[in-house]
Structure formats: structure tokens, C-alpha cells
Design a protein around this ligand. Sequence first.
Ligand SMILES: Nc1ncnc2c1ncn2[C@@H]1O[C@H](COP(=O)(O)OP(=O)(O)O)[C@@H](O)[C@H]1O
Ligand SMILES: [Mg+2]
Length: 489
Amino acid sequence: MSFGKRSGAPAKKPVDVAPPEPERDPTPKPDIKVVASREEAKPEPKQEAAPPPKPKGPADPAAEARFAQTKINIFNALIDTVDLTELSKLETDQVREEITDIVSEIISLRNLVLSAAEQQRLITEICDDVLGLGPLEPLLARDDIADIMVNGYDKVYIETGGTIELTDIKFRDNTQLMNICQRIVSAVGRRVDESSPICDARLLDGSRVNVIAPPLSIDGPTLTIRKFKKDKLKLSDLVNFGAIPPAGAKLLEVIGAARLNILISGGTGSGKTTLLNALTGFIDMGERTITCEDSAELQLQQPHVVRLETRPPNLEGVGEITMRDLIKNCLRMRPERIIVGEVRGPEAFDLLQAMNTGHDGSMGTIHANNPREALSRVENMIAMGGYNLPAKTVREQIAAAVHVIIQAQRLRDGSRRITHITEVMGMEGEVVILQDLILYEITGEDADGKLIGHHKATGVRPAFWDRARYFGLEDLLQEAMEGLQGDPA
Ligand SMILES: Nc1ncnc2c1ncn2[C@@H]1O[C@H](COP(=O)(O)OP(=O)(O)O)[C@@H](O)[C@H]1O
Ligand SMILES: [Mg+2]
């Protein structure tokens, strides 16, 4: 069998070249399924809409356009011949070889006139498209980018240092973009097409990816990548950025080391995961810690860590392992601390149970705009989980389980701050009582639109003082509180 040959005769071909029969590889290969629907695998053979790739140097625009068109034709012939998703599972060298062979064959079959240099460039670019993420490669190589947002083939935005900007990177067309999306998700055994247009995946480097395709996204496939940072920001970095004052960092150290149960609350990209990761730095070396995440991001430095990850359902819609499943299982693994990357559903109840049953020092992040809202979110998640519990009971559970809420926020000038460190004091009647220890106060705006503000201590004595003393952290806490009083920086 020839490598990656699509089965069945194509209904309609956009290019009039006989698919070459690459019979070189004698080793048997598995049968290749057609993964993407033909609609998406092939572009309408449009002539004019393809913008040429960014010219390198003073290239002749007409020649560039011709080259781009040739590349489209050859690419179409190629995807007609092989299944790219299967191809991309092979070793890089093998793929290059395979593509070089097939492309050379297509060129000679179609009597295309290309210089040796052009042919080489064509093969390199096609290989990059097939193996890598095409036009996204230069962005992925940059370390300063937090998010890459692709809204259709011609709008690629990035976020650096808290601000979002449009780049001049463009895909050839929505088909190329869709092919790249397809390749990303097929690497984790998933598929994205009209029948399942929403998909989460992960790049090899750990970056998180979301794809939503037409017809749901109206102006073309939409790809969002949260880049994985190898070197996570440390608490000292957050102090340098002014996200938290030095004394506040000491307070966080006490909170982490005294095994308080923590909820980190914040919006998307506000720095929750970063903060969670920083807080895990205060876990004792000997503690058995289990992390549960949708996509492993946390990097704990301790030796005794078990990392768990949820699993989406497979193509047949079975085999899903939810966050609830993981947390429940966690409880049978004799954890000392449980760390949940993101609490978004009924697993909130299981996390509270864990916190209430002696797994002190457990932590999780939650999507909310302030500490009070974080608690009502937990309450809602539990209500939606179908537990038939009176609201008061749920609140009591929450109030007993959660000790501290840390609020992260991305302010409108792009800076990220810890805006609240808030203690959960208990219940008064039907209401959970909160007590802020630190607040961030915005006082103005400078000429460049940067916000001016400072952290300020409320002056109350933390209710966890005795607990800090028990863990031998009283002096540190004292220092932190004095620092916060002394310098409202
Ligand atoms: N205080 C901060 N200052 C500057 N950048 C930050 C800060 N906190 C987080 N970041 C960066 O912001 C991006 C999003 O952070 P992340 O923790 O993943 O957000 P979340 O989990 O809330 O979505 C990351 O690239 C991270 O390095
Ligand atoms: Mg996160």
C-alpha cells in the first residue's frame, strides 16, 4: 500500500493532476482515514484571494504571486494524495523526505517550471506548513508572548506585557488555517470540523489551544493559544512588577506555608495560574501533593508530587475523565494537599469536601471578579451540580472550607495586580463574612494612560494568627503586617 493514500476516488478535484503513486516505502503503514471533511481539506480554487507570503527583500510581486499560486496548487495536490494528519505523526525527517518526493513528482508531472531555489523554498514552506504551525512558528518561538489569537486567516493578534496588538502575520487563506488547526488537535487524538467545531488541545510545549471553526465562528476558524511559559514567574517577579508589595509577598508566604485553604480568583489571563504556581513554592518538601488540571501547567518544585490531568471524550464521545473524577480519586490517594488548576463546575463540591476533611493547604483557582463573587460562583457551581442542599448548608461548607481568597486582576492599562487578600471569617446568619487584609487602590492615571495606585493594608489582624504561630510563622507574619502598615507602596 502506498503511504497515506486517501481511499476512494475524490469526488471533485480542484487540481487536474493525477495523484502520484508514491510506492517507495515498502514498510506496511496503517490504513489512513480521511479525517478532515473534503470541504475543509481543500480550498475553493480561487485565483485572486491568496495574498502572497510576506516578500523577503525586494522580490518581484508578480513572481511572488505566481509562486504563491503554485504553492497552493501543489499543496492541494499534496493533500489530495496523502492524509496530512497521519503524515504528521511520523518522524520529522521521514515527513520531509516523503513530502520532497511527492512534491518533486507533482512538479514533474505537471511540467511546472521552477528554479532549483524556488523548488527548495516551496518544499521548505510546505514542510513547515505540514510539520509546524506555518505562519504561527515565529510567534511560538517568541518568549515574550502570553497569548496568540487568530481571528480568521488574516487577523493574528498577540498579547505581550498585558497589551493586545495586531501582527502583520497572515495565513494564506482559511483553508491553511483550518489545516493547521486540524493538525494541532489531531495530535491529541481529536478532530475539528463542521460536525464538531469546538475543540481544546495542547501543543507539544504545553501551550493550551482552543479552536472554534465555522459555522460557529462566522469569519473563519478562530484559534486561541495560551502560551506555556517554561519559566513561570516567581513571587519575586510579581513583586518586581508591582503586582504585590514585598510585605504582601511575605503575607502570601505565611498563607501558603501555614496550610491555609486558598481560592485564587480572577478573570481570564489575570495571572491566577501564575499565582497558584508561585504559592506552591511554599509547600513543604515532604508534603504529598496532588495536582488536578485540565491541561498540566503547574510546575511544582517539590519531589513528592502526583500530577493528574482530565481527559476529553474521544472521537466516539466516550472515555471522558472529568475534574470531579480526578478529585474524587485524589481522595483515595492519601494526599496532604490537593491543588486544582481551575474550578469550573460541580467539582467545587469535591474540593470543598477535601478542604473540610483534613486536606489543609489545598488550593484552586476560580473565575470571578472579586472575592465575594468567587464565593457565589462556588455556590452556583454546587447548585448546578444537582446536589439538593439548602443554600445555607452550602455556604456553611464554603465558609468552613475556604480560609483565604486572593484576587488577581488585569487592570485596564494591562498591568496585573493582586487586588485583594481576603479572609473568610465564617457565617453570620445566612451570610458568609469576609475580611480584607490587603486591597489595591487606584488613585489616578498618568499621561501615558498607566494607572497609578498602591496596595494598602486594612489594618486588621489576620484571624489565622494563631495558626501561623502553630506553624512557627508568627515572626514572618508580624514582619509582613508591619511592612504593610509602614509602607503603603
Ligand atoms: N503579575 C504579573 N505581571 C506580568 N505578567 C503576569 C503577571 N501574572 C501573570 N502574568 C502573565 O500573564 C499571562 C497569563 O497568566 P496566567 O497565570 O496564565 O493567567 P490565568 O491563569 O488567570 O488565565 C502569563 O503569560 C503570565 O506569565
Ligand atoms: Mg489559568
